[in-house]
Design a protein around this ligand. Structure first.
Ligand code: ZN
Length: 238
């Protein structure tokens, strides 16, 4: 089981580097990374080049995104993707707005090493710029074949999509895969107390506003996720 440091991205002792044949690399928990490589090999046999846009991210990685948005150095979008004037937002509203499209540091599933944002490199023209938006993964989108193949095959490798539909928390992310044997126990272990201890001890902009509504953030942005629709194998030895 991941400890509190690993659950909140403050340690990387639970992840290792995977180097792919094309020279790219990613950080992931050993067992989750192996499962992803097996998924990738099976996809390859069907003409799909499963590539990784993001795997493990540390607390510091997520905090950098958070701080830039807090200080107005990075564009803020509302739930409908319309830009919002940073100067108009009081701290509480600023926290809510950042959470529309970015995870709270310490509360990102990417801290666990078993979460992957993926796309199909074989489907992309050489000049195509990856956006990671739902329309790319829809039945008429550039990654439609990837979506259909994952729908039929990912469960037998232990993967599911936690952000499958709108649940009033994190918006749908059809590119985000989770390896259930690790992520299901990780979600159960990431309690409000673990998250509060992490934020309380962090040097993070907006800390007071975050702590004032931490239970609500936890309920909406951590807990409102899909569960895998398959039985879990025996838990891995970590
Ligand atoms: Zn993701």
């Amino acid at each position: 089981m991941l400890d509190a440091q690993a659950l909140t991205g403050r340690s990387r002792s639970h992840v290792q580097e995977f180097v792919l044949p094309d020279g790219s690399h990613f950080l992931a928990h050993a067992q989750a990374g192996e499962a992803l490589l097996a998924l990738k090999a099976a996809a390859h046999a069907e003409g799909i080049e499963l590539a990784i846009a993001s795997a493990y991210r540390s607390f510091e990685d997520q905090a950098r995104i958070w701080q830039r948005k807090w200080h107005g150095e990075r564009i803020l979008l509302d739930a409908q993707c319309r830009p919002i004037d940073h100067a108009c937002l009081a701290p509480d509203a600023l926290v809510e707005t950042i959470l529309e499209w970015s995870a709270l540091p310490g509360a990102s599933r990417h801290h666990w090493g078993c979460e992957f944002d993926i796309y199909d490199r074989a489907a992309m023209p050489s000049d195509y710029e990856l956006q990671l938006i739902p329309s790319e993964y829809a039945s008429d989108g550039i990654f439609a074949a990837l979506t259909a193949w994952l729908d039929a095959n990912m469960a037998r490798f232990g993967f599911f999509r936690p952000y499958d539909i709108e649940r009033g928390g994190v918006h749908p992310e059809p590119w985000h895969l989770s390896w259930a044997p690790l992520s299901v126990p990780a979600l159960a272990a990431l309690s409000p107390d673990v998250l509060r201890e992490c934020i309380t001890g962090a040097d993070l902009a907006g800390k007071e506003a975050i702590l004032a509504k931490l239970e609500s953030i936890y309920a909406r942005h951590v807990c409102r996720v899909a569960s895998p629709a398959f039985a879990l194998p025996a838990p891995p030895t970590i």
